[in-house]
Ligand binder design. Structure first.
Ligand code: C2E
Ligand code: CA
Ligand code: CA
Ligand code: CA
Length: 278
């Protein structure tokens, strides 16, 4: 029994070591990757399901590592966040997204670009100045920019969060609450935060039409958003049944594999063609 205990411990510490090593590896490679431009921003369309028109895109970061291949954001974003590298990486995503919005505008396309903000970026006191400089330099129309925040980012220091949101909104930017329904914010807080859009989390959408609880929750979120005069976007929409359920409940802007995965900018012509045929 003793020997087994030791073996178990040995095995466990090896696992911990492997996790720590992977973390360290990713941290180092992140710095290199930033310098060597291994990152690309992909864009996933948000589509009006009635007309199949693209209303906007969510910017989603992709890392193509020379030897590891594609490393998913869930693997590197938390490490970038913990090490503070997310600030530099996040600024780069903001810059790319502004430039993308300008290129679309030059083609006469007034699409919104939604950008994920990390907790660290949101708390950073220089965020507003950085953004305001970026808006001027790129020439993007600020009303095209939507920042996606999660509930937990707003709940720590509520007063500071409200101030920061007002300053961002003063630039002309819109605010989305990402993964809505999965966090801890209460409805009374939601009313105090100057937000514009709720994004219904994929976890509520994915089991429609089998899970009646999820359907009730989704319908309730949409109804509440309407009462609060917020726009609502459903994420993770993969099937026509899900889309129809959302339509029947007055949610028309959807994002998900049903219309398109996140794509590189050069794939936009294929996207338009696909949306025309659907
Ligand atoms: P998120 O903000 O909730 O983004 C939505 C995620 O759902 C994306 O995963 C997207 O590819 C995926 N998705 C969209 N539609 C569907 C669908 O129909 N089915 C399924 N199964 N998945 C769908 P992705 O790109 O792997 O990103 C994961 C997370 O990483 C994001 O979750 C976000 O929290 C974070 N992230 C990505 N890019 C950035 C970034 O530039 N900055 C920050 N701070 N976080 C980012
Ligand atoms: Ca998001
Ligand atoms: Ca989300
Ligand atoms: Ca998420």
């Amino acid at each position: 029994a003793k020997a087994k205990g030791r073996n178990t411990f040995h095995f466990y510490s090896q696992e911990l070591n492997a996790a720590a090593n992977e973390r360290l590896f990713i941290e180092n490679e992140l710095r290199i990757g930033l310098k060597e431009k291994q990152f690309v921003v992909y864009y996933q369309p948000q589509v009006d399901s009635r007309t199949h028109q693209v209303v906007g895109y969510e910017a989603l970061l992709r890392w193509f590592h020379p030897t590891e291949g594609a490393i998913p954001p869930d693997k590197f974003i938390p490490i970038a966040e913990a090490t503070g590298l997310i600030v530099e990486l996040g600024e780069w995503v903001l810059q790319e997204s502004c430039d993308f919005a300008v290129r679309l505008a030059e083609q006469g396309l007034e699409n919104n670009i939604s950008i994920n903000l990390s907790a660290r970026q949101f708390k950073d006191s220089s965020l507003v100045t950085t953004l305001s400089k970026m808006i001027i330099k790129s020439g993007v129309s600020a009303k095209r920019l939507h920042l996606e925040l999660t509930e937990s980012m707003l709940m720590g220091n509520v007063e500071a969060a409200i101030t920061q949101l007002h300053e961002l909104k003063a630039l002309g930017i819109s605010i989305s609450i990402d993964d809505f329904g999965t966090g801890y914010s209460s409805l009374s807080y939601l009313k105090r935060f100057p937000v514009d859009i709720l994004k219904i989390d994929r976890s509520f959408v994915k089991d429609i039409p089998e899970d009646t609880n999820d359907m009730e929750i989704t319908a309730a979120i949409i109804a509440m958003a309407q009462k609060l005069k917020l726009d609502v976007v459903a994420e993770g929409v993969e099937t026509i049944e899900q889309m129809q359920f959302l339509q029947n409940n007055n949610c028309f802007i959807v994002q998900g594999y049903y219309f398109s995965k996140p794509i590189a900018e050069h794939e936009l012509p294929n996207l338009y063609e696909r949306l025309n045929e659907l």
